[in-house]
Design a protein. Structure first.
Length: 174
């Protein structure tokens, strides 16, 4: 059973918690993290969820995602989720999200990592992840169109591919 911290709309921890699966009251929110690993070929590491997983069973998804548990910061949750789901160890102590998207009852923090991960060395969490593979932006968009990938907005996928080399909303030419 997971316990989550409850945040207010300003993203301040309220001191209250909620059990995963419980209903949120008005003005109660929780924190979710997503981590996308890209390789030097410009492909994203994607995972296929287990067929018995609640919520989007057997669907393809971005590299890793999950809820922050009580007492965790965003970066701590990202580090934990990445290691739990695919066995990839990364230090998030100096990382912050590339961007955050608000949703009905929470905050989605998106982290981006560039690394040529050898997928044969990953240790996939049986309860969560069926398999992983590298995919291009067009392949992910095609999987969304076929109903085989979680139905993220296609422009969000495009944004992650576009932003992977820089931070901020302004294009900085080098």
């Amino acid at each position: 059973m997971e316990i989550w911290d409850i945040y207010d709309k300003e993203r301040c921890i309220t001191g209250n918690t909620i059990k995963r699966g419980s209903e949120f009251n008005d003005n109660e929110f929780h924190l979710v993290v997503h981590i996308c690993i890209f390789n030097s070929k410009g492909q994203m590491l994607i995972q296929r969820r287990q067929p018995f997983k609640k919520g989007w069973p057997n669907m393809w998804d971005i590299t890793v995602g999950g809820s922050s548990i009580a007492g965790e910061s965003s970066s701590q949750a990202a580090e934990r989720e990445l290691f739990e789901e695919i066995g990839y160890k990364a230090d998030f102590s100096k990382r912050r999200p590339f961007f955050t998207i608000n949703f009905s009852y929470g905050f989605d923090d998106y982290y981006i990592i560039e690394d040529d991960v050898d997928i044969d060395t990953l240790k996939l969490q049986y309860e969560e992840v069926q398999c992983v593979r590298w995919a291009t932006k067009d392949e992910i968009i095609d999987l969304i169109d076929k109903g085989e990938f979680i139905s993220y907005y296609k422009n969000l996928i495009r944004l992650m591919f576009d932003m992977r080399k820089q931070r901020g909303a302004i294009i900085i030419e080098k």
